[in-house]
Each structure stands twice: as structure tokens, then as C-alpha cells.
Ligand binder design. Sequence first.
Ligand code: HEM
Length: 223
Amino acid sequence: MARTVWDSSVGKKTVMAVSGLIMLLYLVVHMIGNLKIFFGAGEFNHYAHWLRTVGEPFMHYGWTLWLIRIVLVVAVIAHAVSAYQLSRRDIKARPSKYVHKKRRASYATRTMRWGGIILGLFIVWHILDLTTGTVHSGGFQEGHPYQNVVDTFSTWYGDTIYIVAMLALGLHVRHGFWSAAQTLGAGSRSRDRALKTVANVLALLLTAGFIAVPVGVMTGVVS
Ligand code: HEM
């Protein structure tokens, strides 16, 4: 049964929609959490510490965060694998006999593919930068994310990588949210306008909220 669902295109689209919505929920929470940087180092670092103690005493130190990480890794893999397989099917289904008549993927599809690849690369960079500190520009300090964030956005390439990725994120969420709603059957003639508005507002708020942090550091509001 599960195999049949997974093998169908609708099954893969459902996996994409559900995993996408899980990541979207994480992003909304992450963006709001990041805005705490405007309240100073004490509050931001305290928030990062809380992320590790949340759920205590039922949960041990760090367990809730690990649980979230596991859910996110599963969501990222499910999303990427189904996207890849759907793309392969799409390419295979194209008529290849008439090269000049080859059907090109739509603008939205191409944006989603490139956006997805950019975001995948960004997440790897971002974790190596601010979670493990491997590619961090300054002296990475575990438990002091405020200073780490300021270090990252004090470099031109840090600002560029993040801002480009956030713009890609906005476009990806805008179309992705809309597609997910259609796949999950929320779309209808009367609701489509409202769904498009929600997709646009969400994409705009996420992009603006995330970009506010590097802009805050660049303008000296956060230092
Ligand atoms: C300007 C934008 C962003 C800033 C300032 C930022 C900041 C941070 C910081 C400081 C951490 C480390 C938290 C800690 O160790 O306590 C972190 C972790 C993380 N961020 Fe971001 N983030 C941004 C955008 C994003 C975006 C767009 C995504 C996803 C597409 C994302 C996904 C993650 C993930 C998956 C982690 C790892 C969580 C973990 O396992 O500890 N972030 N971010």
C-alpha cells in the first residue's frame, strides 16, 4: 500500500507538500526567534540556550532540539528525493523525437528547481557557519550565537550568501505553498485568491524577517 502511494506521482507530490509544510513551520519559528537579536546579546543567547533546555525535566538537555533536527533531516531528504524523482519523470515524459519541439519546463518549475538547489547548498553552508562553526569567519564561540551572527554579517560574502538565499527562499515558499495547497486539495475556485494572498504574504514576511538580521548588522543597529 505505502509502496503504491510512493510510486505514484500524486504520492510523491503529497510527500513534497507535507515535508514542505513542516519545514515552513520551522522557518516561521526560526525567523521570529532570529528577530530577538534586536533585543541584544543577553536575550538572543538566552533564547539559544532555552532551545536546548526546552521540555526539561521530562526531556534531557538537548533532546528536544535533537528531535527537531531529526524531523527536519527526514523532511529535507523526503522533499529532495521526491523532487528529484518527479523531475526525472517529467524529463522522461518529454517527447524527444522532435528536438526543436521539446517542451521546456515552465518558468515556475525551473525557478523551483534552481531555488531548491540553492537552498539545499545554503542549508549546508549555514549549518557549517553558525551551528558547527567549521566555515565561520571569526573565532566561532559555542553558546554565543549573537557574536557569531554579527561576525558572519560583518563580511561581504556572508551578507551576499544569506541575502541571495533568502530571496530564493521567498520565491520557493511563494510557489511551494500554493502548490502544496493544491496537492492537498485545499484549492477551489472561491479559495484560490485567498490562498495566493496567503502565499505572497508568507513569502514576503519570511524574506523580510530573515533579511532584517544581516541588514541590522550592516547598518550597525546590531553590533
Ligand atoms: C538571516 C537569516 C538567518 C539567521 C540569522 C539564522 C541564524 C541561525 C543561528 C544563529 C543558528 C544556530 C542556533 C543555535 O545553535 O542555537 C541557526 C541554525 C539553523 N538554521 Fe538558521 N538562520 C537564518 C536563516 C535560516 C534559513 C533560511 C534556514 C532554512 C532554510 C535556516 C535553517 C537553520 C537550521 C536547519 C539550523 C540548525 C539548527 C540546529 O540543528 O541546531 N536558517 N540559524
